[in-house]
Ligand binder design. Sequence first.
Ligand code: AMP
Ligand code: ZN
Length: 112
Amino acid sequence: MNDCIFCKIIAGEIPSKKLYEDELCLAFYDIQPLAPQHFLVIPKEHLTGANKIDANNAAVVGHIFAVIAKLTAQLNFSDGYRVVTNCGEDAGQTVKHLHFHVLGGKQLGSFN
Ligand code: AMP
Ligand code: ZN
């Protein structure tokens, strides 16, 4: 995906504040944090959003949640965290590469 900003981050063409990387995913800090702790985890495979998860590619989602559990423990998110993925226009998705926001470091408001 030539014009995808997150694919460019994976390729190292755009700098990021990287937290973690393996063969399947990359974690890096969000450039506009919405909480004291806010990072993103993305699959290296370009999927445009959560609506493109299917039986063939779903394993990466479980892997990403395991990575999130490890990273939040390392970063001392001791009072909890929230994982969010925005999918499509109504959810306000701005980057069309599947990503999971991980937010913590404060009492997060309820949402509805
Ligand atoms: P969403 O609105 O759910 O699509 O989230 C996209 C997120 O990507 C936003 O929170 C942005 O701040 C973040 N973002 C966009 N460009 C970059 C970048 N170059 N490095 C880090 N985070 C970014
Ligand atoms: Zn991409």
